[in-house]
Design a protein around this ligand. Structure first.
Ligand code: ATP
Length: 251
């Protein structure tokens, strides 16, 4: 069995009297799409926040490639290859899709001396940026200002900006949120196309998307990981069905 690229050990996060992450342990294997599902308030966003470094755990550890990164700040995690998908709010509306991705490449490279040269004309930035836009299906939209992209395309651009940093692990917090069925299916196809290139930890309410993409699924309920297994096994797990899947999935 391959070594996990990301290992979560006994993670605990409390908000006052509420234990939002309750001794969660998970192994994310290199190359897999690992989904985390659970009802509203189960602690999915809190968990991802502890992986990106935005939320500091009260206990437990996060290991990336065997290295303890529990205390590492956000930017250092992204520098070592753990990237969170950008949110639409990070997109610069007046800049083209290509410029946005080129700036993400530049920010990751961290060479401030490049600032004198516009990112959009620097081939060392635009070439990788174009390649990433192709990967997410935005190759033909590279020169369109971000503000003029459709909502679904802006979500594709978020993924492109995260991929621009060349991550080994991509953390995706509800990439299908607010999408209609057509855009969701398109996003599933894009994420399926990334399989093998990058390890993906996916938090998503859209169960069709989760079951189409995930190699393994962890189910969180009240902060606890009650099961981690292959999709078929999760679907038929009685505890999971009782806690979650059997219920009306309104989200
Ligand atoms: N900063 C905070 N302060 C206090 N309580 C919080 C805070 N952040 C989250 N919580 C609580 O922790 C629990 C887990 O919340 P979290 O947002 O992680 O769940 P979730 O599974 O992502 O939910 P959803 O599916 O609705 O996004 C909830 O009860 C929430 O109210």
């Amino acid at each position: 069995m391959a070594e996990p690229v990301l290992k979560i050990e006994n993670l605990v996060k409390r908000f006052g009297g509420l234990t939002a992450t309750d001794h969660v342990s998970m192994d994310i294997r290199a190359g897999e799409v690992h989904a985390v599902i659970g009802p509203n308030g189960a602690g999915k966003t809190t968990l991802i926040g502890q992986l990106t470094g935005e939320i500091r755990p009260d206990g437990g550890r996060v290991l990336f490639d065997g290295r303890d990164i529990t205390g590492l700040p956000v930017h250092r995690r992204s520098a070592i290859g753990l990237a969170r998908s950008f949110q639409i709010t990070n997109i610069l509306a007046d800049f083209t899709a290509l410029e946005n991705v080129a700036l993400a490449v530049q920010a990751h490279a961290g060479h401030s001396f490049r600032f004198w040269k516009p990112a959009a004309r620097d081939a060392t930035l635009t070439e990788p940026a174009r390649a990433v836009l192709e990967k997410v299906g935005l190759g033909a939209r590279a020169d369109i200002p971000a503000a003029s992209l459709a909502h679904g395309e802006q979500r594709q651009l978020e993924i492109a900006m995260a991929l621009a940093t060349g991550p080994r692990v991509l953390l995706l917090d509800e990439p299908m949120a607010g999408m209609g069925p057509e855009d969701s299916q398109h996003m599933v196809a894009i994420l399926a196309g990334l399989k093998g290139d990058v390890t993906i930890l996916l938090i998503e309410h859209d169960m069709d998307a989760v079951f189409a993409l995930a190699d393994r699924i962890t189910v969180l309920v009240y902060g606890r990981a009650i099961a981690t297994d292959a999709p078929e096994a999760i679907r038929s797990n009685p505890e999971v069905r009782a806690a979650y899947l059997g219920e009306d999935q309104d989200a």
